[in-house]
Design a protein around this ligand. Structure first.
Ligand SMILES: C[S@@+](CC[C@H](N)C(=O)[O-])C[C@H]1O[C@@H](n2cnc3c(N)ncnc32)[C@H](O)[C@@H]1O
Length: 218
């Protein structure tokens, strides 16, 4: 199954812009679990891969981050970077958002953050890229730092399996129509000795399936 190139992803999300926030109707349930089990109240340095419009980061600042904690997000879309900088303007002394070229490499030193977040971004990446991003997550997280992931799931009942199947089908034929996203099973990517899975959920909201993984860096 082909994935969008980084240039295609960048153009697609430049076009999508604020419409990305309409996906909250199913994303918020899963990202709420990320917030609940990611222990962000004790986080000092949070990194987010593919921050979109900055909605998740804004929730973190408003709901749980302490006044000492810092946030850094990256995205491949200039429009998403602009939107998240605008959204996080009132936290700008502690929040930084950067444009990337879409490569998995992260411009941060080893063991420099304690939360690595990525919501509904692995859905766009090839399996090889997912492994590379996880390698970077492992490198930049401190020991016992938390990897916090969510994404489209494969479904837990007949309606949500039909939705997942429709998403796969649309992705194969018209990937841009669905933002380059398809369901990706996250668990197999963290089922090795690098990670200790603390929490794993398969959920649905309005028939759309999601998966959530919170894992400790080994
Ligand atoms: C489905 S959206 C999810 C956005 C946000 N995380 C959310 O949950 O609302 C995917 C986001 O990942 C970004 N993205 C896609 N490929 C990327 C890559 N290789 N590196 C960084 N960001 C990427 C897109 O520009 C977009 O903002």
């Amino acid at each position: 199954m082909g994935t969008l190139t980084h240039q295609e992803a960048s153009r697609t999300y430049d076009r999508i812009g604020t419409l990305q926030d309409t996906q909250r109707f199913y994303e918020d349930h899963a990202t709420g679990l990320v917030i609940r089990y990611g222990s962000f109240d004790t986080a000092e340095s949070v990194f987010e891969f593919g921050c979109g419009t900055g909605r998740f980061a804004h929730r973190l600042f408003v709901q749980c981050l302490s006044s000492r904690s810092r946030y850094r997000g990256v995205d491949v879309s200039p429009e998403m970077v602009r939107l998240s900088r605008t959204r996080l303007a009132s936290f700008s002394s502690r929040a930084e958002v950067n444009l990337t070229d879409g490569q998995p490499q992260i411009d941060l030193p080893n063991e420099s953050c304690d939360r690595f977040v990525s919501n509904y971004v692995f859905d766009l990446l090839s399996h090889e890229e997912i492994r590379a991003v996880l390698g970077e997550a492992h490198r930049i997280l401190v020991p016992n730092g938390l990897l916090c992931l969510s994404g489209l799931g494969s479904g837990i009942d007949i309606p949500s399996r039909i939705v997942a199947g429709a998403a796969r089908w649309t992705h194969t034929l018209f990937p841009s129509l669905i933002g380059g996203c398809r369901p990706v099973d996250l668990l197999p990517f963290v089922a090795d000795s690098d990670w200790c899975v603390d929490h794993h959920f398969r959920v649905t909201a309005y028939g759309v399936p999601s998966e959530v993984v919170v894992a400790k860096r080994g």
